[in-house]
Design a protein around this ligand. Structure first.
Ligand SMILES: C[C@@](O)(CCOP(=O)(O)O)CC(=O)O
Ligand code: SF4
Length: 396
């Protein structure tokens, strides 16, 4: 891979060991994937934040770094709400370690916004054609598919290295030829609400890491596209998809209809709704919405479903701290029911989930990940049913 004289100097260690290590990682990736050069990036979204997934080894690695990110950079969800962690039942020992991880990232100039939905943040816009280095799989899918920006599914470390250098290797989804659809998926039924999350769960299994092109009767809005992509990235390894007539690149002239075709039927979707993921021997004892983190519109939907209701069980609504702070009235309406609007974290990466046994979720990603990452069974349903089945909601 070609390096400019400046990049060569960084590689030689002239800018210090941290930047040298970052450059070595970027060059190694570039060589593996036969990139021709490094390209500037507009922003970085860095996974590897929760102490639950990072552990002491991750904390030590980040703490040893000495440098400053060169582009706007934010973090993936942490293992707790950074302010309300005690309400979540997180231990003081975990909280201490989590704060050390956050501090180590902050000392590199990374903004302490811990969210998998950076595209809702006012100061973190991504637009069509931008080259990014994002690592949360749902955020990668959204950036590539809904925005039409360009990012590979970076690992936490490679996203961090790209942020420190301000560049990433030019391969994968940064190149036109790798964004062409490889599998045609027709959906013959009308879809609504959590159907897109279930569709993504089914389609991800079929697509694997290929690029699907959907032909749908319904027209999904941005949050439904978010749910579709998040689920496909979890049940499969889909980092880019297209929806005919909906997503920005679906009308590209160099796209041909993929030879391989499949159809997903309503009966397949209904079957997932009726199937518990994991060992669902018990009734649901909790409910969670916000995987990926809720938009303001999704907070409004939750507030409407909980109007005049109270919940008997754990009900967590996850969103970014900025979206919560910009929508205090929605938070207040939701929390009147006894549900909690939590920031900076989520049901998958927080140890708080470990005390639960069966969670009702409206997310295909959470449905796929909870059994494996939290040893918690999951039932998928729309928001109203999640509140009833998992939250034990009833009229006040
Ligand atoms: C499960 C996931 O959403 C959260 C875990 O991420 P992290 O590696 O703990 O930042 C990771 C992903 O799907 O990209
Ligand atoms: S809420 Fe879902 S999408 Fe966001 S970090 Fe957690 S598991 Fe990933």
């Amino acid at each position: 891979m070609y390096l400019t004289p400046e990049e060569e100097r960084i590689m030689s260690g002239e800018s210090g060991p941290t930047l040298q290590k970052a450059m070595e990682i970027l060059v190694a990736l570039g060589d593996i994937y036969e990139a021709d050069r490094l390209i500037p990036i507009k922003s970085a979204q860095i996974a590897g934040v929760s102490y639950k997934t990072m552990g002491d080894a991750g904390l030590e690695w980040i703490s040893d770094l000495d440098g400053k990110v060169q582009v706007p950079s934010i973090l993936n969800p942490a293992g707790m709400d950074l302010e309300r962690w005690q309400e979540m039942g997180v231990s003081a020992e975990f909280a201490q370690k989590q704060q050390e991880i956050i501090q180590a990232y902050s000392s590199l100039g990374i903004e302490v916004q811990c969210t998998c939905t950076p595209y809702y943040l006012q100061s973190f816009s991504a637009t069509y054609g931008d080259h990014l280095a994002w690592s949360e799989s749902s955020a990668v899918s959204y950036a590539n598919s809904v925005i039409g920006a360009r990012t590979n599914r970076e690992g936490g470390p490679s996203a961090l290295c790209a942020a420190l250098v301000g560049k990433t290797a030019n391969y994968g989804y940064h190149l036109d030829e790798n964004r062409i659809p490889e599998l045609m998926i027709s959906v013959d039924c009308e879809l609504d609400a959590s159907d897109y999350a279930v569709l993504g769960y089914i389609a991800g299994k079929a697509a694997g890491k290929r690029v699907p092109l959907f032909r749908m009767r319904s027209t999904p809005h941005r949050d439904q596209l978010k749910a579709l992509g998040a689920a496909m990235a979890a049940s499969g390894a889909v980092a880019l998809y297209h929806v005919e007539g909906v997503t920005p690149e679906s009308c590209r002239k160099d796209f041909e209809l993929p030879a391989e075709q499949l159809t997903i039927e309503r009966t397949q979707i209904d079957e997932v709704y009726e199937t518990v993921s994991g060992d669902g021997i018990t009734e649901c004892d909790s409910a969670a919405v916000g995987c990926p983190h809720c938009s303001p519109e999704e907070l409004e939907e939750v507030a409407a479903k909980l109007e005049g209701k109270v919940v008997d069980n754990n009900v967590w609504i996850f969103t970014s701290r900025e979206v919560a702070e910009f929508n205090p009235r929605l938070v207040e309406r939701i929390e009147k029911s006894g549900a909690k609007v939590l920031c900076d974290t989520c049901m998958v990466v927080s140890p708080a989930t470990d005390k639960l046994s069966h969670m009702a979720v409206n997310s295909g990603k959470a449905y796929a990940y909870l059994p494996g990452m939290c040893k918690v069974a999951a039932t998928i349903a729309n928001i109203e049913k999640c509140m009833e089945k998992g939250g034990g909601s009833h009229s006040d």
